[in-house]
Design a protein around this ligand. Structure first.
Ligand code: DGL
Length: 265
């Protein structure tokens, strides 16, 4: 039996993290779970996000899925709900949060940008992260829900609306001093070539994918699950909470129960 790693996101953004983990640990059993019925998370309240994440744990337990580790490959979900979710399960959880610390370390201008969803930018967790890891650096915050929709569209159709992308980026008015831009939403690396081109390669884009893969590898080791890596590469299982209009993958549609009445505010 292989270690079973479930990667979760509101949509397909988490696949950018999954790719890094799969490269590092090719023979584990992977499931990809997207709560696309509630996409975009970036426009939801913290309470709604906490409730959905608790529903995910409930789903795993109700369906007796033997999951060794969950990666919440969503900055919005992690910055909103990580501590609450860890309280209700013994499954090790790896959260994905904006790469503020490495960005502050590599910035020469000491002015970095965080490009994330509105919920991530508003989250107290994000502000603590900045205070703790970028105290000597100016951090400008930019949020967009439009880029999430563009990334989804690009992933499924391979068509990128460059005009819309440029308009959205222009509208953000990213400061010209910024030399490192943190992609604090797992959807955004899908657009990184186009974003890089928009900035004429003058800005370094940074995401958390590689660091998360290292963390997962370390935790599998800690939990003595490394021996479970052996064997053949396993097929990836997909779960989604809404239909996907794509012939790219066959998605098993599942229902997450609304647990909001059980979650204390
Ligand atoms: N992929 C999610 C993140 O990393 C956000 C997408 C959404 O708004 O649902 O924050």
């Amino acid at each position: 039996m292989s270690a079973h790693i479930m990667v979760f996101d509101s949509g397909i953004g988490g696949t950018t993290v999954l790719e890094h983990i799969q490269k590092r640990i090719p023979n584990a059993q992977y499931s990809y779970f997207m709560d696309n019925a509630l996409l975009p998370y970036g426009a939801q309240t913290q309470q709604t996000i906490i409730s959905r994440l608790c529903s995910l744990i409930y789903f795993i337990e109700q369906n007796a899925l033997v999951v060794d580790l969950i990666v919440i490959a969503c900055n919005t979900a992690s910055t909103s709900a990580l501590s609450e979710v860890r309280k209700i399960t013994s499954i090790p959880i790896v959260g994905v949060v904006p790469a503020i610390k490495p960005a502050a370390q590599v910035s020469r201008t000491k002015h970095i940008g965080l490009l994330a969803t509105p919920a991530t930018v508003a989250s107290p967790y994000t502000h603590t992260l900045i205070k703790e890891h970028a105290s000597n650096t100016e951090v400008s915050l930019y949020s967009s829900v439009e880029l999430v929709a563009l990334a989804e569209q690009f992933f499924f159709t391979q068509q990128l609306n460059t005009h819309k992308l440029h308009k959205a980026l222009m509208h953000l008015g990213i400061h010209s001093d910024i030399d490192v831009l943190v992609l604090g939403c797992t959807h955004f690396p899908i657009l990184s070539d186009a974003i890089q081109a928009y900035f004429n390669n003058t800005v370094q884009l940074l995401d958390s994918g590689a660091a998360i893969a290292s963390r997962v590898s370390y935790l599998l080791d800690q939990h003595n699950l490394k021996s479970k890596w052996a064997g053949e590469k396993k097929p990836l299982h997909y779960y989604a909470t809404a239909d996907i209009l794509s012939n790219k993958q066959v998605i098993k549609d599942v229902t997450l129960i609304d647990l909001s009445q059980y979650v204390k505010s």
